[in-house]
Design a protein around this ligand. Sequence first.
Ligand code: NG1
Ligand code: ZN
Length: 541
Amino acid sequence: MSKFTITEQQYRKHCKTGFKYSYGTAGFRYKADVLDTVMFTTGILAALRSIYLGGQTIGVMITASHNPPEDNGVKIIDPKGEMLAQSWEAFATDLANAASQGYEELVRATTKLVSQLQLDVCDSGNISVARDSRESGPRLLQALIDGINIFKEVSIVDYGLLTTPQLHFLTWKSNEQKDRKWVELDYYEEFLSSWFEIATLSGVKSLPFSVQIDAANGIGASKIQEMLLNIDFFRSKITLVNSNWQNSQLLNFSCGADYVKTNQRLPNGVQLNPKDNCVCCSFDGDADRVVFYYVDQQGVFHLLDGDKISSLLGKFFQKLLSDAYLENDVKLGIVQTAYANGSSTRYLQETLKIPVSCTSTGVKHLHHEAINSYDIGIYFEANGHGTVIFSDILVEKIDKRIQEKNLADSEARSLRLLKAFTKLINQTVGDAISDMLTVLAILCIMKWGPSDWDHEYIDLPNKLVKVVVPDRTLFTTTNAERQLVTPEGLQSKIDSTVAKYDLGRSFVRASGTEDAVRVYAEAATRQHAESLAKEITALLK
Ligand code: NG1
Ligand code: ZN
């Protein structure tokens, strides 16, 4: 094992003491002014992770997603484009907190980690980095790069400004096919070529509706401009709003997926006439989430959230599998969290008869369940973050069947369509652009507008409340967070309260990203959902 050197000067350039950090569901995410320390140690950690994995490329994304402009954050991406392995989250937290205690502590903690993992720090490594449009991005990037550069044989590819899912995709591709350099244009090429293949196979010559995209004044706006608005097919039909990504103060302000989902209303800058034949959607600040919406003939706003996206995809792939005579060979399933609307779960299980799994909150849980349990695993959080995973075995099966002679035209077309969707969908992580194109393609093929999609089931009225308590860690759960284990006795009080409400359901869990507990309640009417939420909240005081 060779040596590495972290100089006191390097440490002082970026690190400060006295803050306690934790690598959570969304990586490290704080006010940007306390993040320099963590960026420097994340650089060290990402380099060690790459060395540990034999030089495979590790991604590092600097973003705070839907948070306000003054926040920022950092997430590490593993070689297949998935989130950092959970066992390493603790290493990331330990290194950050060591640096926050002082220079000697950081050197000691890094040396200990290198020896514990038995690393040769002169081995080579590869890191791909990118950032969203926040003002603090360039400064934090420098701290990250200086951390990585502690290890002389670790190279960096800086992609500049990207959406989070673009970096997941490029990190995955860099490992899957190492003999070439992967660039942003490859991302556009991959998804656009699949789109046009689907359009050709389905006879879609133009979009049958107009599309309005609210890009949350985030980096997604610039990518939509580069990817879609240069192409006639899209330019004539797509209107981009909240596209001012260069003014970072506007990021996520009164717009974007989180604003629309939380407030259940149109974002700033979007005006809809009920007569417009328009499909609208909102991205979040780093374009890994998307929600759709429309206004009906009475001018009433309707949200088509992650649960609605899952249900659309479930129905579509079920039909496509049957058209390809694959329905008996392929396990299609949907993964949700406890926040999924009860009507969506009932619709999937009882109407479509598709199996549904429920996992803890956080996409990494849904992602793993989708991979482990299904050949086609569709997962979306209600907030619009999700994707579809196709198993390797299924893709091989499709490839083999496509080669078969004497296939009927319709069967061959269905198989080709299925294959093209495996490429249109960014399987590494939720991706607003890829998910949007997938939904638009499906609506075109099914000849549906947003209200046809919406009418498959009616959401139960629901209410989500954030309750600040003295110590949220006292709230522990079981059964995919649907029941409390502690505080003792509280769950039975919740159960007897819920039992009073028609179609009532409620659960309480500690947030993983905020210092609060969340109360979710749904019931047959809006009034009942609100009063159930109120009663449950009162039990917490
Ligand atoms: P927490 O704060 O643990 O509820 C929130 C969202 C999750 C997920 C994470 C990461 C809700 C109710 N919770 O988690 O779905 O997206 O943030 O961003 O929306
Ligand atoms: Zn995001």
